[in-house]
Design a protein around this ligand. Structure first.
Ligand code: GTP
Length: 524
């Protein structure tokens, strides 16, 4: 569970960034003292809020600063300091783990998107629709105002409108510290090539469509700091794995360390890594043996595995590749090689998995993957004797939305609900699109009484969300049925029970949630 970063941390980091940038242009002792004090102050706040990657990145910044003004620095050193400063600012705006134990995420502050679109009228309702999905759009009509804003704040992504009609791209000076996307009425190869050469990580049509923008942001892991890449380190030497973890954390990658191979499976189930980095030689069993065990588990079969080894012999490396291991990093590994190799493979895996496991419209789990993961969560709940609640949810009178406002508006409602559920439920909850306008949610660790309270809270806030379409604005409600695992022996029965409660909610007038109870069981 996470919330937005404390505002004081964010604003302090922004001030630090601003002062640091001025200092890098011209070193002045007074400004340098002020900057040093800000770095110290940020360290204190980062410690208070338990933001470890930020503490480490900021400490590294302080180390780089030591003795800075005493001699002339090379361009490489200046660049390094600039990058470290930008890393600290970004880490400071990452969501922090929340202290509360509740099962709903508080509604998040909107994440900012910057759009440079000089003299271009914005599509109607664009800003309001993005706000529904948790994004605040800030539009700039000149490069200089954009650059000024970038110095104060790092947005979730920068979108640049350009017609690619031969004019100079305004980018060499820009180098934004966030993902860069282009939007253009031209979508041909030549335009795309120019965009790629200018560092574009995504290419969108113009006028901007909310759906295309959300899909692109979803495919750019670094554009979503709320869902950073996750790497599991399996290494018996804790000092080594601690070092790798620190390097990866500094680059915004979350890590979990396991020092005994026998603990790896449970850690994979719990942590759901996008990549496993493992030592080839461990006391309990070899890396190859552990990789075989992992590859035999259906849900873990595709996770990329990278070996860390001192072994340069080609025969041994080829042998392990044939086990389905994805590659090697030969020790000692440089920080740069570690970060680049791990992040490119992990994000590639995440992207491929999302194509296979998720519904293309909403990005939620599709029917078959929902069931596969539900089986697994159900078994775990039984094994650990913990509750699990199952919810079936269906939009009310959705046909009328399509009929009155058009299919596109209907799609936007489906997207809006998906985004809303993802925002408000925990990362450990399973959320899937069960069918057309029907959704399924599984909440591990939550009993039906608590689930009923949560779902009613969600139902009420969703019903207040206004949907915008070219044919008008409207409100939309949903109905839901739920049950927990008490007295249920398999997943099929669990889903059927929740579904029959949904049926009751619809029959009782819609816009309500019904939880299973013994009294209701068997009633028509
Ligand atoms: N826009 C859009 N509509 C969809 C999609 N999938 C299903 N639908 C529509 O969802 C509507 C479901 O209609 P019904 O099953 O009659 O239910 P309803 O109108 O929601 O009424 P109740 O469920 O009884 O409250 C149909 O009009 C489907 O075409 C989709 O991906 N996009």
């Amino acid at each position: 569970m996470s919330t937005t970063a404390p505002q004081s941390l964010v604003s302090l980091a922004q001030e630090m960034d601003h002062t640091g940038q001025l200092l890098l242009q011209r070193w002045e002792p007074e400004q340098a003292r002020r900057f040093g004090a800000l770095v110290q102050c940020l360290q204190g706040l980062a410690e208070q809020s338990g933001a470890e990657p930020l503490q480490r990145a900021n400490a590294e910044l302080a180390a780089q600063l030591r003795g800075w003004g005493k001699r002339r620095r090379s361009p490489g050193e200046v660049m390094q300091l600039r990058q470290q400063l930008s890393l600290v600012t970004q880490l400071a705006s990452l969501p922090r783990p929340a202290q509360a134990n509740g099962c709903l995420q508080p509604a998040r502050q909107n994440q900012q998107l910057f759009l440079l679109a000089a003299d271009q009228p914005l599509p109607a309702g664009l800003e309001e629709q993005l706000a529904c999905f948790g994004y605040a759009l800030e539009v700039f009509d000149s490069l200089s105002t954009l650059q000024q804003a970038l110095r104060q704040h790092v947005p979730g992504a920068l979108i640049i409108h350009h017609d690619f009609a031969g004019g100079e791209l305004p980018l060499p000076q820009l180098r934004p510290p966030c993902p860069l996307l282009f939007t253009s009425p031209r979508r041909d190869f030549a335009a795309r090539l120019q965009a790629v050469r200018a560092g574009g990580q995504g290419f969108l049509g113009w006028p901007l469509s909310v759906r295309e923008l959300l899909e692109t942001l979803g495919r750019t892991p670094s554009a979503d700091p709320r869902n950073p890449l996750r790497v599991l380190l399996v290494e018996d030497m804790s000092s080594l794995s601690g070092l790798y973890a620190a390097v990866l954390n500094q680059h915004g990658i979350h890590t979990e360390e396991v020092h005994r191979p026998s603990e790896a499976l449970a850690a994979i189930e719990r942590f759901r890594p996008d990549l496993i980095l493992m030592d080839m030689h461990m006391p309990e069993c070899s890396g190859q043996e552990l990789a075989r065990i992992i590859r035999q588990q259906q849900l873990m079969d595709g996770i990329p595995i990278l070996f860390l080894t001192m072994e340069k012999a080609q025969g041994v490396q080829l042998d392990a590749l044939s086990l389905g291991v994805d590659g090697y990093l030969t020790k000692p590994v440089s920080s740069e090689e570690l970060v680049v190799t791990v992040s490119t493979r992990a994000s590639r895996y995440r992207k491929l998995r999302s194509y296979i496991a998720t519904d293309s419209l909403t990005g939620l789990l599709n029917h078959s993957h929902l069931f596969a993961q539900l089986e697994y969560e159900f078994a775990r709940a039984q094994r650990e004797r913990k509750p699990l609640s199952m919810v079936m949810l269906d939009l009310d009178h959705f046909k009328q939305v399509n009929d009155s406002y058009g299919h596109q508006a209907g799609d936007e409602v489906l997207l809006s609900l998906s985004r809303f559920l993802r925002e408000r439920l925990r990362r450990s909850d399973l959320i899937g699109r069960y069918g057309g306008e029907e959704f399924a949610i599984a909440m591990p660790g939550v009993g039906s009484e608590q689930a009923l309270r949560l779902m009613n809270e969600l139902r009420e806030s969703f019903a207040r969300l206004e949907h915008v379409s070219p044919r008008g604005r409207f409100l939309q409600t949903f109905s839901a049925g739920l049950c927990d695992t008490q007295g249920v022996w398999d997943v099929v029965a669990l889903v059927q029970r929740a579904d029959s409660m949904l049926y009751r909610a619809k029959a009782a007038g819609r816009n309500q949630v019904v939880a299973w109870s013994v009294a209701l069981d068997g009633e028509p």
